[in-house]
Design a protein around this ligand. Sequence first.
Ligand code: IPM
Ligand code: MG
Length: 364
Amino acid sequence: MTPSYRITLLPGDGIGPEIMAVAVEVLKAVGRQMNLAFEFEDALIGGAALEATGSPLPAETLNICRASDAVLLAAIGGYQWDTLPRHLRPETGLLGLRAGLGLFANLRPATILPQLVEASSLKREVVEGVDIMVVRELTGGIYFGTPRGIFQTETGHQRGVNTMAYTDEEIDRIGRVAFETARKRRGQLCSVDKANVLEVSQLWRDRITALASEYPDVSLSHLYVDNAAMQLIRWPKQFDTIVTGNLFGDILSDAAAMLTGSIGMLPSASLGSTGPGLYEPVHGSAPDIAGEDKANPLAQVLSAAMMLRYGLNQPTAADRIEQAVNKVLDQGYRTGDIMANNMIPVGCQGMGEALLRALDETNS
Ligand code: IPM
Ligand code: MG
């Protein structure tokens, strides 16, 4: 019997639709090869949803996502929406989707592909062989804590407030995902916090430390976030798996991503305890190059591979996609963001076509 999967596609804004189109063709091709059936359904999110429905996350979108086996998102956001009230902004749609699907665990791998070592702004000996997994808590911390808002003070001033809060349960459940992840990798987990200043981080550190006794095969270390940022740039190879809260994870995962030369290469998976996961590139919607066929679709394609691996339990199909990505890079195809001397320049579509050829060749 042909396994069949319902996939919600959220192309979103900016370069989103272009890179999504490439990922869908790649999924269809690997589906034909492996005898997997995909039922794709498009839904609106972000600025595109706002323009069409007045909301950056229409209820219908959440319903479609909930009824599917996995959700593939491209990117949201654009300059024209940056000044809207917060509840209308594209980012609010994405945060609502994460919360609405209960996606508390965000896995962001930063792996240096050997073909792209030269694209990094750091020296070859620093980045060669880097293979880090950032496990970021995604539905708590300062992104969601209350009180929040801009308030009037008694003296007639304005005061902006956000609250960084974590319960023991929230820390434990992301902690478990992180220990399990580290266990399947090289068995080293580094927890990042700001326990020298913040109570919320003290609780974080206490709970993560207590969990360690359940995972004797994983070696646990702790770093303050400022030091972690510095160590990531200084000697990234010291890291295997990193676990941290929402805001620190947002910042550190961008830094980890850039070690690889381009944020245009990195996928991510956001998972809950049950229900469909969300798979999306780490990069944004790049409105400056939208519609110009310049975007790098590889992070989107690798997100589709993560979806196959983590969400649909189809590791062989995921391997095929990852091998095709490797192959096109070996063949020298490069979009602008990862361009180097003597390489073959391609646009978004050209990269997609190269991927389809690579998949075909691996199959024959
Ligand atoms: C990310 C992004 C989002 C975040 C924005 C777009 C809300 O930066 O996925 O890292 O801050 O989580
Ligand atoms: Mg971010």
